[in-house]
Design a binder for this molecule. Structure first.
Ligand code: ATP
Ligand code: ATP
Ligand code: MG
Ligand code: MG
Ligand code: MG
Ligand code: MG
Length: 237
C-alpha cells in the first residue's frame, strides 16, 4: 500500500472498544416508528405481520452471528442482541458493532418487507431506519437483569396499549378520554377495565404480544416468561 503525505490523518481516528470479558448488548430500535406504523397503517395496538417481520430479520442476524450470540429478545420496533463475553467480533469496537447490526437488520427489513406486506410496497420517502447502541454488562446478574427489564417493559407497555386501544376502538372513547381513564390505574385495574368494559380477557391475547419474542442461538423463536426462566436461559454462560 503506497504511503502519501496525507496518510497521517488516520491518526485522528479513535476507536471506542468495549471492555473485554463483559456481555455485550446491541439494541436496535426503529426510527420514528410511531409515524412509520401510522403511514403503513399497522393494526393497533399490535400488528402481527410487523412483529413477525421484526422476528424474521432478527433471526437472520442471529443465524449469521450464531457463534457470538447467546440470544436475542424483541418487542415493538426494538431488538436486543446479547453477545457472549468472549466475543471478539471487530475487536469489540463499538462503532463497528452498532453499525453492522443496524444495517444488517435494516437490509433484512427492506428485503423481507414484501413477504409480510405483499399488498403495501415501501415508499422511498418512508423507508425504515434503525439506530443501535452497544452496552456492556460486567457479570451474569446484570445481563440477566437487562433481559428481565426488557421483558417486564414488554408486559407493561402491552397491557397499557391493549387497554388504551380497546377503549378507543371498541368502546368509542377518544384517545384523550382513554388516556385519562387509564391514568394512575394499576395492572389489576387495567385487566378489569378490559374485561368488564371491553369484553376482552387479557389472558387470551397472543403470547407474542404479551411476552415479546426470544430467539435462541439456534434461531428458534419462543414466547416465554423470561423472568421465570431467566436462570435456565443463561445456563452455561
Ligand atoms: P424513536 O425514533 O425515538 O424510537 P419511535 O416513534 O420509534 O421514536 P418508540 O418508543 O420506539 O418510538 O415506539 C415505537 C412505536 O412504533 C410504538 O409506540 C408503536 O406506536 C409503533 N409500533 C411498533 N411496532 C408496532 C407494531 N407491531 N404494531 C403497531 N404499532 C407498532
Ligand atoms: P471490510 O469489511 O474490512 O471493509 P472489504 O472487503 O469491504 O472489507 P474494503 O477495504 O472496504 O474491504 O474494500 C472494498 C472492496 O470492495 C474493494 O477492494 C473492491 O474489491 C470491492 N469493491 C467495492 N466497490 C467496488 C466497485 N464499485 N467495483 C468493483 N469492486 C468494488
Ligand atoms: Mg427510542
Ligand atoms: Mg423507535
Ligand atoms: Mg421502540
Ligand atoms: Mg469495506
Amino acid at each position: 500500500m503506497a504511503n502519501s503525505r496525507f496518510e497521517y490523518v488516520r491518526e485522528f481516528e479513535v476507536h471506542d472498544t468495549l471492555l473485554p470479558q463483559t456481555y455485550i448488548v446491541v439494541r436496535i430500535d426503529g426510527k420514528s416508528f410511531h409515524q412509520f406504523s401510522k403511514y403503513y397503517e399497522f393494526d393497533k395496538p399490535n400488528d402481527e405481520a410487523a412483529l413477525k417481520l421484526m422476528n424474521s430479520c432478527a433471526k437472520n442476524v442471529v443465524l449469521k452471528y450464531s457463534s457470538d450470540i447467546i440470544m436475542a429478545f424483541g418487542e415493538s420496533d426494538e431488538y436486543s442482541f446479547i453477545l457472549k463475553k468472549e466475543c471478539v467480533l471487530y475487536q469489540r469496537r463499538k462503532d463497528k458493532l452498532s453499525t453492522l447490526f443496524a444495517t444488517l437488520f435494516t437490509a433484512n427489513y427492506v428485503a423481507l418487507w414484501p413477504k409480510f406486506f405483499p399488498d403495501k410496497s415501501l415508499h422511498y420517502k418512508h423507508l425504515p431506519c434503525f439506530d443501535a447502541r452497544c452496552i456492556s454488562y460486567p457479570n451474569l446478574q446484570t445481563i440477566k437483569d437487562y433481559l428481565c427489564w426488557r421483558f417486564v417493559d414488554t408486559h407493561i407497555n402491552n397491557l397499557y396499549n391493549t387497554a388504551f386501544w380497546n377503549l378507543v376502538i371498541k368502546c368509542g372513547l377518544t384517545t384523550q378520554q382513554a388516556e385519562q381513564k387509564l391514568c394512575g390505574t394499576l395492572s389489576s385495574d387495567k385487566h378489569e377495565i378490559l374485561f368488564s368494559e371491553c369484553g376482552v380477557n387479557y389472558n387470551n391475547e397472543q403470547e407474542m404480544f404479551k411476552k415479546g419474542s426470544l430467539i435462541t442461538s439456534k434461531g428458534e423463536i419462543l414466547h416465554v416468561d423470561v423472568v421465570k426462566k431467566i436462570d435456565e436461559l443463561f445456563d452455561g454462560y
